[in-house]
Ligand binder design. Structure first.
Ligand SMILES: Nc1ncnc2c1ncn2[C@@H]1O[C@H](COP(=O)(O)OP(=O)(O)O)[C@@H](O)[C@H]1O
Ligand SMILES: [Mg+2]
Length: 349
């Protein structure tokens, strides 16, 4: 499926299947086309070419109202002059549902969302998180086939965002309604999605479970985008050693074993290693100068310099080194990544 606005193509051929009952997250930098894709599913944007199917039925020409979809936005506008109850009942009343049915649906949604005691309040009497729950309630009462979320937590403060993340996930585990969730925040994607679609500039870069993306990024973009602190990426040259194994020779001549994988001798590559996959070593591995030490209690983040590049390390242990000291770091061979420097693609292991 494709999308053009006038002459400008913003989705270049996107093909996704979303399993019934799943929680799928579309994640990518701002402007990559997430909202556009979501709005196409909702029926709010025309499809330039291709098809959208819901439950096996092509819905390209179906108006939004008939798609049995509820959408929750970042800017959930509650009606300020209506109580929580009336805000939640509004769409049902509009659809001319009976009083008893409305009461029952609103009551059930309020119970699910912990809003039962707040039904007679007005939006101005609610906290940000409670308001967001009312916005969710308006979607839930409709008992739709699909929930679409477009960055619904972006306006909340950090603490509330984390709490709502858990609430939304729990809600999905209870209702099991197929959900598509848009965010630019990779942590939100990782923690909430059972399937993540990583997008960039109108293309899908990779689709997979959170840990598939984390453990097996198919290219440099996904490797750098998923994970915080980000994966360390060190330029080097591939060297074939005996018996199918390869090493990566870094700019300073350090050679790092990288297991058995594809690639030709002399190929320009990027060696990738996650901050938690570097261990302190005696004299072997990557020489690095300690720059900044940040203890969090559980872990210690250490930012080092190697040959002009920054190298992030996370230690479980508490080491006594100081800024300016030189340490040696040995990457975990089994969890190393090697990417072709030109195409950015991972070399198959
Ligand atoms: N109505 C529109 N007319 C023209 N261009 C648009 C319109 N809506 C979005 N775009 C462009 O499409 C691209 C994708 O936008 P969007 O889907 O909002 O990205 P995201 O949600 O990932 O931040 C952007 O380059 C944006 O400027
Ligand atoms: Mg958007």
């Amino acid at each position: 499926m494709k999308k053009r606005f006038g002459e400008v193509e913003v989705l270049h051929g996107v093909d996704i299947e979303i399993a019934d009952g799943s929680f799928t997250v579309l994640v990518g930098p701002s402007g990559c086309g997430k909202s556009t894709l979501l709005r196409m599913i909702a029926g709010l944007e025309h499809i330039s070419s291709g098809e959208i199917l819901i439950g096996g039925k092509v819905v390209n020409q179906m108006p939004p109202k008939e798609r049995d979809i509820a959408m929750v936005f970042q800017n959930y506008a509650l009606y300020p002059h209506m109580t929580v109850r009336d805000n939640m009942a509004f769409s049902l009343a509009l659809a001319k549902q009976g009083k008893a049915a409305i009461e029952q649906k609103v009551g059930r949604a309020a119970e699910i969302l912990g809003l039962s005691a707040l039904l007679d309040r007005f939006p101005r009497q609610l906290s940000g998180g409670q308001r967001q729950r009312v916005a969710m309630g308006r979607a839930i009462v409709r008992d739709p086939q699909v929930f679409l979320y477009d960055e619904p937590l972006s306006n909340l403060d950090a603490k509330l965002r984390v709490a709502m993340r858990t609430e939304l996930k729990e809600l999905h585990q209870r209702l099991k309604t197929t959900s598509v969730y848009v965010t630019h925040d990779q942590i939100e994607a990782m923690t909430m999605g059972d399937r993540i679609v990583v997008m960039r500039e109108g293309y899908i870069e990779q689709i997979g479970s959170p840990l598939q993306l984390y453990d097996h990024p198919v290219n440099l973009f996904v490797a750098g985008f998923i994970g915080s602190p980000a994966m360390n990426l060190l330029p080097g040259t591939l060297r074939r050693s005996g018996s199918g194994g390869v090493e990566v020779e870094l700019a300073d001549g350090t050679r790092l074993a990288a297991g058995r994988r594809a690639g030709t001798d002399g190929q320009r590559v990027i060696f990738g290693t996650r901050p938690e996959h570097l261990a302190l070593a005696d004299g072997s591995g990557i020489a690095a100068e300690v720059a900044v030490i940040e203890p969090t209690g559980a872990d210690t983040f250490v930012s080092c310099r190697h040959h002009g590049a920054e190298l992030a390390v996370v230690f479980r242990e508490r080491y006594p080194f100081r800024p300016g000291s030189t340490i040696h770091l040995q990457p975990d061979l089994a969890r190393a990544h090697v990417f072709d420097a030109d195409s950015g693609r991972a070399l198959a292991a």
